[in-house]
Design a protein around this ligand. Structure first.
Ligand code: PMP
Length: 369
């Protein structure tokens, strides 16, 4: 072992004393902490992946398709079918998880001397990727009830004139969706202030009661919608995220993407998964009803619950969320403490996992009374 610490190295000043992203990966019976899909991929899809990967393996002596044309074409077809808005390959870009999509967007539109704003609490990686790309981070406001207060958000945009505005809908970790009118108003505010790029992070949109905001792309070249196969497609291990935007945005991110960033294995696997879209969206329907059950039962037990359009639920309030998190973990159930004072977050699991969670929080509630 070495006793050299990070801060002994000549790391960039903005990285000194900071911690990496780190949701605990603990080996407990019920893991409901990272908003994964609890259902393994269906066996016929596993077979299809093996087949397509075998085919791809025969060509691994060559670099993969740098432009991922087939994959982007199929992703565009999926978005067109489900998003009520026609999109083609030229509107879509893919990378290793939506985290990499967001990183490429910040490398392109953020960077040293530039800033990005997000309305917190929200997805913590937006701020971390900003830091990694040398983009200044502005924590924007959110109301007591975790909705975006339009007047306050507009003021923050006018004051800071950020280069990039993040709107996460449905929002993580709170679960609530942002109304389309609010997104439109923030887009207008961002154009008046700078103009800036507005990134709508729709990682969880397939679980929403409402529709995707893809139709807002019409006539708005500074709008980007980012999506992922990690949640609805049950393929977090695949690492496949994508964006939809004006073709000029897709051209712009090519300036920063590493050549051949998306491996032939990844492209083959994602194409196989897209063949099973209907089956996978069937699991989404089950998860949505389990999510609604969690909301109802948590309220019946006596917890406060934030309205959820995602595959997870924010619940509270606890005098000490960290202590409650530990008590739930002691009962074999791992949930997430996102650092929102008084609140915890649980991902919707299988009905059995959700029952185990509900039993645990029922006991914890009694214990804390
Ligand atoms: N956006 C949001 C809001 C998320 O919660 C997550 C994952 N937790 C991501 C993006 C990143 O997902 P991935 O990189 O797996 O596509």
């Amino acid at each position: 072992m070495s006793d050299v610490r990070i801060d002994d190295l000549p790391v960039r000043d903005e990285l000194r004393g900071k911690s990496p992203y780190g949701a605990p990966q603990l080996d407990v019976p019920v893991r409901l902490n990272t908003n994964e899909n609890p259902y393994p991929l269906p066996e016929p899809l596993v077979e299809r992946i093996a087949e397509r990967v075998r085919e791809a393996a025969r060509g691994l002596n060559r670099y993969p398709d740098r432009d991922a044309v087939r994959l982007r074409t199929e992703l565009a077809a999926y978005l067109t079918k489900t998003g009520k808005y026609p999109l083609g390959m030229a509107n879509v870009w893919a990378a290793n998880g939506s985290n990499e999509v967001i990183q490429q967007l910040l490398q392109t539109f953020g960077g040293p001397g530039r800033t990005a704003i997000g309305f917190e609490p929200s997805y913590s990686m937006h701020a971390l990727i900003a830091r990694g790309t040398g983009t200044g981070w502005i924590p924007g406001p959110r109301g007591e009830d975790f909705t975006i207060d339009l007047a306050a958000a507009r003021r923050a945009i006018a004051e800071h004139r950020p280069d990039v505005v993040f709107i996460t809908t449905p929002n993580n970790p709170t679960g609530n969706a942002v109304p389309p009118e609010t997104v439109l108003a923030l887009y207008e505010a961002a154009q008046a202030a700078k103009p800036s790029m507005v990134i709508v992070d729709e990682a969880y949109v397939e679980f929403s009661h409402g529709d995707s905001l893809l139709p807002l792309l019409a006539g708005r070249p500074h709008l980007v919608v980012s999506r992922t196969m990690s949640k609805a497609f049950g393929a977090a291990g695949l690492r496949l995220g994508y964006l939809a935007a004006d073709p000029a945005v897709v051209d712009a991110v090519q300036l920063v993407r590493l050549p051949y960033h998306l491996s032939a294995i990844t492209q083959a696997t994602a194409l196989a998964a897209l063949e099973y879209t209907d089956t996978l969206l069937g699991y989404v329907e089950q998860l949505k009803s389990e999510r609604d059950r969690l909301v109802a039962e948590l309220r019946a037990i006596g917890y406060d619950v934030t309205e959820s359009d995602a595959n997870f639920v924010q619940f509270g309030r606890f005098r000490d969320a960290q202590d409650a998190w530990r008590r739930i973990l002691d009962r074999g159930v791992l949930v997430r403490d996102n650092g929102v004072p008084g609140w915890l977050r649980v991902s919707a699991g299988t009905p059995e996992e959700n029952d185990a969670f509900l039993d645990a929080v029922r006991e914890v509630k009694k214990e804390l009374e």
